[in-house]
Write a protein that binds this ligand. Sequence first.
Ligand code: ADE
Ligand code: ZN
Length: 319
Amino acid sequence: MVLPKAELHLHIEGTLEPELAFELAERNGVELPWAGTEALREAYRFQDLQSFLNLYYELMAVLRTERDFEDLADAYLARAAAQGVRHAEIFFDPQAHIARGVGMGTVVEGLWRALGRSREHHGVSTRLIMCFLRDESAESAMATLEEAKPYLDRITGVGLDSAEVGHPPAKFRAVYEAAAELGLRRVAHAGEEGPPAYIAEALDVLGVERIDHGLRCMEDPALVERLVRERVPLTLCPLSNVRLRAVDTLADHPLPAMLDAGLMCTVNSDDPAYFGGYAGDNFDAVRRVLGLSQERLRELARNSFLASFLEDEEELRAR
Ligand code: ADE
Ligand code: ZN
């Protein structure tokens, strides 16, 4: 049986499969620099986070209309449901679209067309988390939060993503304070490529409830102890870590050591169209390659619901 799980670390733009990208390019009259889906897949050889981000932002050029965002989200939800995902907390990157002349309304309304009917169509409940691009300015993040105000009934929380090193969490103190005042939940990527200090800073300065990735906490035993004590959920993405070379091979992934240390780990797909697998594929890979027991896999699935922003007891029990 497929293990029911929640997905807590998923960039909707990272679910853009080459086939859909070419379909949308045709629909919107966008010229792509790759000859076809095979040539595009060939380009998915990344050296690090930045080399991936360059392609990820480039391919977004095909996303232009509400219908494009709806189709993108629908395709993800269908695939996720087939792999046992019952609840998905979905990141989106509005600044990457606004910079191309695609407005906040187009993105949120388009995604919402798919998310609003996801429970009936796919059996997947959803939440939307708006991410700020950390390699853009703090002022741009604040302007983005301002633009999101008409849509806050659809947005559960804020996150922080894009190029990590050199862009510490504290840069976004003011916008996270403003988000908290608006009642938004808070998460942030930290410790993917950046140092363990960014993880502590995201907790202390931004007040985040979860850390996205958090892989590099293992370099700081005192930080591990704190994360265990405070039961801070980490949204790990094992196949992403291999493709972006945060680890040499999946066999070297610290997930078993992290679980043994008592960390509250979850397993997620990050950008599944680029990294070779959706949530269930990530679970399968860690079972096969890291030899995780059924009990450990169940713990990961249980953690995913406990660490989610599902609030309703009913809703949680129903999962
Ligand atoms: N945006 C999309 N995927 C990301 C990742 N793995 N890290 C940081 N920013 C991202
Ligand atoms: Zn991510």
